[in-house]
Design a protein around this ligand. Sequence first.
Ligand SMILES: [Zn+2]
Length: 252
Amino acid sequence: MYFESHAHYDDGRFDKDREEILNLLPSCGIDYVINVGCDMESSRKSIEMAEKYDYVYAAVGVHPHDAENMKESDLDELRQMSSHKKVVAIGEIGLDYYYDNSPRDVQRYWFKRQLELVKEVNKPVIIHSREASKETFDIIKESGVRKGVIHCYSGSAQMAKDYINMGFYIGIGGVITFSNAKKLVEVAETIQLEQILIETDSPYLSPIPNRGKRNDSRNLQFVVKKLAKIKDLTPEKVANITKLNAKQLFFK
Ligand SMILES: [Zn+2]
């Protein structure tokens, strides 16, 4: 039923019940999960999980928060990892000028270098962008990468269209259920369902009615319900179309 396009089950917040939750997911309608790496260690763990669970796939990459610690040999290791049969994307990579955990020039440097890797290995990319919309867009455009998803999209409706025209999908998660999500609702109204992937970003960003609690993929139903309302479709239809979209992007 659901394709979870972005989760972090390697996160320490799942240490006590990771297996229990992952084992539960298929019976809760979660058909596929992409576990997304955000540093070298979580990229390795993502692959381990993908090897253990049929329905889990991995993305490998270094998040802008961790860009400062990245080194040349990491890029080589990511290249190696990306040839694993269950690694379906490079990510999450990008820019985060909200937290600024790494200096901005360092973030930009490793974002560009990882985008070169994306082109080289010809896999889709999972993009993280916060408070850096214009610069993220310009760097991607210049890189020539034309396949991926803008995860937890927070930009304008116009920019969403520009990304779609460039070959990207728009990732939508729990934020769409928040009462102050006017801008994101407008994005969802403007673009076609065929361009949307659903995600939780677990353990972060739980949708209403579970806002503030640890998130897991079982909460995808609330994202889907909200999208169904916006698009005036049944939740089943929204689940099916977004699943097809994700399969098209990651498995083709
Ligand atoms: Zn994430």
